[in-house]
Write a protein that binds this ligand. Structure first.
Ligand code: SF4
Length: 352
């Protein structure tokens, strides 16, 4: 049985037409799903009982459940969602004056082992299904009916390009005109640099912006903090990104987590200018926030000012990303690690 959120609106329409349903009826159902964010067929009050029963027979409409929730002083909200196999994933809702961003997950855990990432400590568990990706938007929008979600970033748990097919289908569902119709310019995939999949995305015709988690522009340093660099080093990554830019016309953005005594020295600035200076790009600088069990050090405001001054020669636009949700478990994977620890502790207590 297909999950209703694993289908593009046109596919839902096709199935219902084949069942002999009238166009206006189908539009009513699509409006419940994509305008009112309702897939509980029992709540579709303007649809006949017999059709609702038919829909329940042909579509799966189970949803992840909210397992835990934290709200920051700055209104950022972090959710842990429980999937049907009891696995946990995270999503983060970041409201702003002009835009509301949802940060979503693409995998349970991650195989890429970046050394600054709480998700990496879980290892890879499994890819998310299409409906589990789309459901995050669905749940977040239902929770915030007054705040339309305008932007989506694949920056939650997992490397989205390692779950390529399901992520691409979810993007198509979210962007579809008759569906959620979110603008491609308001969706971003963040990758650690999986070159073959970046190339595939560039050739796919799918419209989406690309952010690359860079964090060091010197191979020996990037090898340490992001092991993927040993397989796909910076020079190859750069070639792939230049081709992506040429084929899609989308400007690349780089995420650069500033870590004291690691990637903020003169040689790092020089390397970053050399790497990104001739790519049409934007660089987002992010201050490292301490994560339990990870030993990197957070820079002072003075360290950051120095770094930015030295970097100002670069032609790329530089932004220092406002750290949101500092007072909650804001780093990707942190809330889940905390929840898993709590579960372990309660199992141990029960066994005593
Ligand atoms: S930063 Fe992203 S790619 Fe790297 S381990 Fe974490 S989730 Fe995976």
């Amino acid at each position: 049985m297909k999950h209703i959120l694993s289908l593009i609106s046109e596919e839902v329409e096709k199935i219902l037409l084949q069942l002999g349903e009238k166009k206006y009826r189908i539009n009513q159902i699509l409006s419940w799903i994509y305008d009112k964010y309702c897939i509980n067929f029992e709540e579709m009050t303007n649809i006949s009982k017999s059709l609702r029963e038919k829909l329940m027979d042909i579509f799966d409409f189970t949803m992840p459940q909210i397992d835990a929730y934290q709200k920051s002083k700055d209104q950022t909200e972090k959710y842990s969602l429980r999937l049907s196999d009891d696995r946990l994933i995270e999503m983060v809702f970041i409201p702003n004056d002009k835009k509301n961003t949802l940060c979503i997950s693409s995998q349970v855990g991650c195989a890429r082992n970046c050394q600054f990432c709480a998700t990496a400590t879980m290892g890879f568990i499994r890819n998310l299904e299409v409906e589990e990706i789309v459901a995050q938007l669905f749940i977040a929008q239902k929770l915030h009916p007054e705040n339309k979600i305008t932007n989506i970033v694949f920056m939650g748990m997992g490397e989205p390009l390692d779950n390529y097919d399901n992520v691409i289908k979810a993007i198509q569902i979210i962007q579809s005109d008759k569906g959620f119709s979110l603008s491609p310019r308001r969706m971003t995939i963040s990758t650690c640099g999986v070159i073959p999949q970046i190339n595939k995305l560039a050739d796919s015709g799918i419209k989406i912006k690309l952010a690359v988690s860079l964090n060091a522009a010197i191979d020996t340093k990037r090898d340490i903090i992001m092991p993927i660099n040993k397989k796909y080093p910076l020079s190859d990554l750069k070639k792939s990104l230049i081709a992506f830019r040429a084929k899609t016309n989308y400007r690349i953005s780089f995420e650069y987590i500033m870590i004291k005594n690691f990637n903020m020295g003169d040689e790092d600035v020089k390397a970053l200018i050399k790497f990104a200076g001739d790519i049409s790009c934007k660089i987002n600088l992010i201050k490292w926030n301490n994560v339990p069990n990870l030993s990197w050090e957070s820079p002072s405001n003075e360290d950051i000012e120095h770094f930015i001054t030295k970097l100002s020669k670069i032609s790329a636009a530089i932004t220092v990303r406002q750290s949101r949700g500092d007072d909650i478990s804001a780093a990707c994977g942190q809330l889940i690690s905390q929840r898993l620890l709590e579960q372990e502790n309660s199992k141990t207590e029960n066994n005593l």
